[in-house]
Design a protein around this ligand. Structure first.
Ligand SMILES: [Zn+2]
Length: 298
């Protein structure tokens, strides 16, 4: 019996159909809805770990996801600490699109034996009372009356908080190049896997380091404020492929945050597709995908 084989567009190894699963061209965590079934399961998990997450976990993207409630809407900031009392944890909450620092209600160790200290925000005394009540109950003690609770309250002004985070200025390029590569394959077909430039692009996606030879990257950066302001739908991800006489290029825009442009091939004549430009928009919030091809100019 013959087993039907399919070529993985990342490792290029022909494998049985069962060795493939669903791959999101634009990561699902940022609202991507375009899926392909030509990346093998092994490559798919490697891409997730080594390329996609550099984009989906980028601080700016996490803020975007949090603001628009996309892909689990992560808290964009790592937990911080109060400067005056580093035992106290500060976290960020999103309220109506604004990031609000909050202090976690918690039970703290004290130097006095037999004394327990609870902390929280002054405007959220109810949450502190709940935590106190729970501890009293667990220790078989009668709950504090509101009066007793209020007597024990003390307020400390907050002077500041410290938060540590790092900003990735390179690795997200691999994630953007992955989107460009997969979409170019989708538009050009299987013969693109064997394009002269494709092995270098695949290598960069899988193993790229800051000193990699990646001359096919023409641009990969944050959009300036002026450019962002001109984006018609700020929650659209956009992919554009363009044929010129000399090359095929792909532009990837991630919302109004990142812009990148890659050379995908130096052999445009190898792909007689009858279109000069194709573009796709994928709205991160409502998932709507629009695709359009424009006739060749040549
Ligand atoms: Zn593979």
């Amino acid at each position: 019996m013959e087993v039907e084989l399919r070529r993985c567009i990342i490792c290029t190894i022909p494998k049985p159909i069962a060795a493939f699963n669903k791959e999101h061209v634009i990561p699902e965590a940022i609202g991507g809805r375009v899926v392909i079934y030509h990346v093998c399961i092994d490559c798919n998990s490697t891409l997730g770990e080594q390329a996609d997450h550099h984009l989906t976990d980028n601080l700016l993207i996490r803020m975007f996801r949090s603001e628009h409630q996309i892909g689990g809407a992560p808290n964009p900031f790592p937990e911080g600490r109060l400067i005056d009392d580093p035992r106290q944890i500060v976290y960020t909450e999103v309220k109506d699109g604004v990031f609000v620092p909050r202090i976690r209600v918690q039970k703290l160790e004290t130097d006095n034996p037999g004394t327990i200290q609870f902390t929280g925000e002054a405007n959220n005394q109810k949450a502190i009372k709940t935590a106190v009540d729970k501890t009293f109950k667990r220790n078989n003690l009668p709950p504090l009356t509101d009066e007793e609770f209020n007597e024990r309250l003390s307020e400390t002004p907050i002077t500041g908080m410290t938060v540590n985070f790092t900003v990735d200025s390179f690795y997200y390029a691999r994630a953007l190049e992955k989107i460009a590569y997969e979409m170019t394959w989708k538009w050009l077909g299987d013969s693109y896997i064997d394009d002269e430039l494709a092995p270098a692009i695949r290598h960069f996606i899988r193993y790229g380091e800051p000193d990699s030879d990646c001359s096919f990257i023409q641009m990969c950066r944050l959009l300036s404020e002026d450019e962002s302001a001109k984006i018609f739908v700020p929650t659209d991800h956009t992919i554009i492929i363009e044929f010129s006489k000399k090359s095929i290029t792909c532009t990837v825009l991630i919302a109004d945050i990142f812009i990148s442009n890659f050379i995908m091939s130096h052999n445009p004549e190898a792909y007689a597709l009858g279109f000069g430009t194709a573009y796709l928009t994928n709205n991160a919030v409502n998932g709507r995908v629009l695709e359009k091809r424009v006739d060749s100019l040549y």
